[in-house]
Ligand binder design. Sequence first.
Ligand code: 7PJ
Length: 271
Amino acid sequence: MGIINATPDSFSDGAELQKLGTDSFQLDIDKALSRAEAMVGEGAVFIDVGGESTRPGAALVSEQEELDRVIPIIEAIRARLDVCISADTSSATVMREAISSGAELINDVRALSTPGAIEAVSASKAAVCLMHMQGKPSTMQNNLSQASYESVVEEVFEFLRGRVESCSAQGIPRSRLLIDPGFGFGKTVEHNYLLLKKLTHFSGLELPMLVGVSRKSMIGAVTGRAVDKRLAGSIAATTFALISGAKVIRTHDVAATMDAIRVNSAYSSAE
Ligand code: 7PJ
């Protein structure tokens, strides 16, 4: 899953999508489209389009702003590329608009907890990725001594199990669900690595698992590298996730990630 961040404040790529020379945030649809095209050429099966930066400390955006950012990009990708479009949003309105513009997957870091979100997805045929987060993006990584778990693995598992149950009970069958432990969302570096080490535990939910570690601070924390120098570390973490059964890897670097996936497939099928 390749990432397109349609946000002016995204920590790693969004600002590049601003048209040079304009004051107001003006998405360059062509640039987003050519990035999507490149990622599909490199092997991406999903393109994840997000208009709300969920990076730690990010400002909230209005629903209208989110719509203005993501819908034109989803429409442009739908018209030009044969790829599964994922809409990274927690807003029921944005979900509905994204789906009617061609998105087939809703990637929700709030696991459909926003009012109307479950209904928006259940009224459609879209799949949904349910992610775990403790706290909220604006503050979750501010004071990590507040990120507290008795057992991070058990608590994330129980949270996801509960969300899967709610979805099933409200008309979204399991065949349309993916799960994601939510690396970096209200978790210390230690929590993140323990989750990574125990990832096979989540096979107990019997649903495909999506993992996103690309360029995250858990990689920076142990390598000492800046955001744009975290590829090797991200690939190392990705390999552990793949060995533990992750089925979808959300990444800024599709070509390198596809190589890791191919090496893992060869390794896993060797006899
Ligand atoms: C994730 C995400 C993730 C899912 C972000 C970043 C922060 N969605 N959206 N899983 N991370 N499903 O890319 O660093 O880990 S935004």
